[in-house]
Design a protein around this ligand. Structure first.
Ligand SMILES: [Zn+2]
Length: 139
């Protein structure tokens, strides 16, 4: 069993508190969105009332998605911290710089691999767009 260093423990605490922060942040956002909805919703006709309900449901759904995505990232970071792979690039196993981790605590890739991945995604998107254009021209 790998000895957990003080740094790892500190990181664990940082990520944990970040998790809590994110949670309350998301809850606060949800609350403020609810408050920004028309307060007189109870007086309006049924159709409008229905659309307000729909809107609330949409907002709830979007926030739930955002929340689960963020929590997933935090959970993954905590898991990686537990098994000792946190702070190492999942692509090339290089250590991810301290400054980068501070700015992006959920970073899974080192700067180089991240840049490479972004380039790959961008060029895939480009070639897909080009294909789409081609399809339009020939059809
Ligand atoms: Zn890498």
């Amino acid at each position: 069993m790998k000895r957990v260093s003080v740094t790892d423990k500190e990181r664990y605490e940082v990520l944990r508190s970040m998790l809590e922060d994110r949670r309350s942040e998301i809850h606060a956002k949800l609350r403020s969105l609810r408050e920004s909805l028309p307060a007189e919703a109870g007086d309006v006709r049924d159709v409008e009332e229905q659309s307000v309900d729909d809107f609330v449901q949409e907002v709830d759904f979007a926030l739930m998605e955002m929340k689960s995505e963020t929590l997933k990232q935090i959970d993954e970071a905590l898991r990686r911290l537990d098994n000792g792979s946190y702070g190492h690039c999942v692509e090339c196993s290089e250590e991810i710089g301290e400054a980068r981790l501070r700015a992006l605590p959920f970073a899974r890739l080192c700067r180089d691999c991240q840049a490479e991945q972004e380039e790959r995604i961008a060029s895939e998107r480009e070639s897909r767009a080009a294909e789409g254009q081609f399809a339009r021209v020939v059809s």
